[in-house]
Structure formats: C-alpha cells, structure tokens
Design a protein around this ligand. Structure first.
Ligand SMILES: [Zn+2]
Length: 420
C-alpha cells in the first residue's frame, strides 16, 4: 500500500536524545549487567565531558538487577550515568551520586531524581551536539518524518537549532517545548520560551511548557483509577505533582500565551488534568492543553474534553512493545486502553507519534500497531492515519513523504528532495 502524506508529523519525541541514542553508547543488547565489561570507556562518542553516558538498558531478563557496585568496579575513575529504556530511570555509580548529592542504596534513580540528575550532566561539546542534531534528523527522515514535536528543549539546543535552521542543515521542521520539573524552575523556563519565540524560523517553533504528571505502565507508576492487576497490593500509581502546583503552572503558561503539555499515561492522571483545565478555563483563562500519551481514557474524561482547546498525542507503536503484559496489568481498565477510535468519534483533535528514542521513529510501525491491535480487542481506528499523522498547519515547512509497504520512497522537505 502506498501513502503520500503531506508534512508527515511525529507529534511526541525527544529529539536530541534520539540523536544521542543513535550515535552514542547503546545498552539495549546487554544480556546481563556484567556485559558492560566490554564497553570502551574512552570512546569519545560515549563521553559527556568526562562522564560515561549510555542509554537503553532493560534489566527485565537479567539474572541480577543493576547495582551501583558493579559500575564502581568497572569504571572506578569516571562518573557513570546510564538511562533506562523507558527514560524514567537511571543507573549511576557512586562518583555520580556524590556529584548529584543524592543518596541511593543501589544507584537506581527514579522519576524526578532521574530527571534532575539528567539535567545536571555536563554539556556535550558543540561539535557533539551538532552531530546529534544531524543524527536525529536522519533517524526521523528514515522513519518518513519531516515534522517533529520535541518535548525536551534546552537553551543550548534551541540556539544551535536556530543556527542550523538558518544554514539549511535541518531536514525536519521542529516544534519545541521545555520540560519543567518543579515550580522553582518555571519562571526561568517561561522566560526562555518567550525569548525563543522571538527567534522562530521557518523550520522552528517554540510551543511551551511540559511536565510529568505521572510515570509509566512498565514501572507501574502511571496513575490509574484502579489498582494494577486488579490487586490492591500492587498499588495504582500516583500523581507526581500536587494539583495546586499544576494549577499554577497552567495559569502562568497560558497567561504567557504558551501551550501547556502534560505527560498522562494512566486514566486518573488524564482525568485530573482535564478536570483541572476545565476549572481554570471556567475562571476565564484560555490556552491549549496537550495530553501526552493519553493511553487510557475513561469515556467521561473524553466527554469532558469537548469544550477545551485540547489535543491528544498518542503513540500506537507503544502497543507493539506493551501488548504482552497490557491486559493482565490493566485488568478492568484494559477496555479503555488506546482509545483512538473513541477520541475520533468524540471529534477530539489527536496526533500520532513514536516517543523516540523509547520506540524508533517510524510511521509504518504505528500503522502496524493500529492494524494488529484490533485482534487484541482494541477498537479499530476508522479515521485516516495519513490525516492524523500530518502536521495540521499547511503553512509550516511545505513537505511530503511517500511510503510504500513500509519503505520510505521519497521525501521532499521544503522543496528539497532528501537523499535517503
Ligand atoms: Zn516522551
């Protein structure tokens, strides 16, 4: 089957991390923690300053869980930071813990600690960052994409992107968002957004502020309305922010004319955010709400979205990775998972993406997930995938991609035919 799609859009990704992941130290193939012994800690592509940095480990089938003692033994002279596959945890050594000023028995940092630690890593050199940006462009183009919405902006990334946009080195058009981790950094982030907005180019747009309201299903930290596996003992996840604080973030972000985006995987997380946005809107504030993942939505939550300026950003490809445990883990809530058809029927705007580097950026994997999930009881999506996967603004970097049976045949980005 052949698709010709204008402005093929990945609506949720981590742009720089995708480039770093593609060109840096990849830990996805480790069969056990001890296999790290073969890593060349002096390879410049693996270093960030003097730190050894890697991505993508998954301890699921390891005989023993990851522990800082092993890193201390293998890399006694370097601080080490290894991000887990899901992007919500890291595995670090004692040298790194000392630097962060964090106590941890096993060297595993979770959620907020992990994100704060990530923010404190030494910067890549400018040469490394440029290479990562080009590598990310290539990864997205490989998957067919010309338009990407990035949730992980930084000041140095934005400045480099402006440079590379002016010199026409970019082969994707980008929307950027800053992630805030607590109220202390919000004003600074808002100021950076507003400053960036003035420097937008024909390939670059600054959109606003994102925060994590819950965690992931994989680590049972996504915030559900019912317990995991239907068992009270398993817990139901929890909210990462108090509602009053999120309220302040939304009000300030909207008052600045920026978009508010929030990571909500569990149904209760999504419900809380929709209810809060309604409360704030009812008091007269107006702004755009982006629900990231929106992987489990109750019907009443979808109905409550109707008066809001809301868009749901879903990643069908997560179904390919999560299907093995999804039904068991969600129990009663399984009937609300991946509600693309329910959103379509309620006419709630929605966009699809891949959450790279958690999943590879690929239009075709999303199509495959939509097709194959039907047999597992996910309601068939009767909308047009070409429309949902296209950037909604016709005036943003005119482009198209031709994809046939999973193979990207042609990409024309802003009038330039890209070499594939
Ligand atoms: Zn993400």
């Amino acid at each position: 089957m052949l698709y010709k799609i204008p402005r093929l859009y990945d609506s949720h990704g981590h742009f720089l991390a995708t480039g770093q992941f593609a060109s840096g130290l990849h830990l996805g193939s480790l069969q056990k923690a001890e296999d790290l012994a073969s890593v060349d800690e002096n390879n410049p592509a693996f270093l960030r300053g003097e730190w050894l940095v890697g991505f993508g480990w998954n301890e699921k089938h390891w005989p023993t869980p990851p522990h800082k003692d092993l890193l201390d033994k293998l890399f006694p002279n370097r601080a080490v930071f290894f991000a887990r596959k899901d992007g919500h945890r890291s595995w670090v050594n004692s040298k790194a813990l000392e630097y962060f000023g964090i106590q941890s028995e096993n060297g595993i940092l979770i959620e907020k600690d992990h994100l704060r630690a990530w923010d404190q890593l030494p910067n890549y050199t400018k040469t490394q960052q440029r290479a990562h940006i080009l590598s990310a462009c290539k990864e997205y183009n490989k998957g067919g994409f010309t338009h990407v919405r990035d949730l992980t902006c930084s000041e140095s990334l934005w400045n480099l992107l402006v440079e590379m946009s002016d010199s026409k080195e970019l082969t994707v058009a980008l929307e950027e968002n800053y992630t805030t981790h607590d109220l202390n950094d919000l004003d600074h982030m808002l100021a950076l957004c507003l400053q960036a907005k003035k420097a937008e180019t024909s390939y670059l747009r600054m959109k606003g502020i994102k925060l994590f309201y819950d965690g992931t299903l994989g680590s049972q930290t996504a915030y559900l309305s019912k317990p995991y596996y239907g068992k009270t003992s398993e817990g139901q996840g929890s909210a990462l922010w108090p509602l009053e604080q999120v309220e302040e973030v939304i009000k300030k972000t909207w008052a600045a004319g920026l978009e508010f985006s929030v990571h909500v995987i569990g149904d209760q997380a999504a419900h809380d955010m929709v209810a809060l946005a309604r409360k704030i809107s009812a008091a007269g504030a107006v702004g755009r709400l982006n629900l990231e993942h929106a992987q489990i939505l109750r019907p009443e939550t979808i109905q409550m979205m109707k008066p809001l300026h809301v868009r749901c950003h879903m990643q069908p490809c997560h179904w390919l990775s999560d299907q093995v445990w999804l039904k068991e883990k969600l129990s009663d809530l399984y009937r609300y998972v991946f509600p693309w058809e329910a959103l379509k029927n309620a006419q709630i705007p929605m966009s699809f993406g891949c959450d790279a580097p958690v999943e590879p950026p690929s239009f075709w994997r999303n199509k495959k997930a939509l097709d194959e999930s039907v047999a597992a009881g996910i309601k068939k999506f009767t909308g047009d995938i070409a429309v949902i996967h296209s950037h909604p603004d016709k005036n943003f970097a005119d482009s198209y991609s031709v994809i046939e049976d999973g193979i990207v045949k042609e990409i024309v980005f802003d009038g330039r035919r890209l070499e594939l």
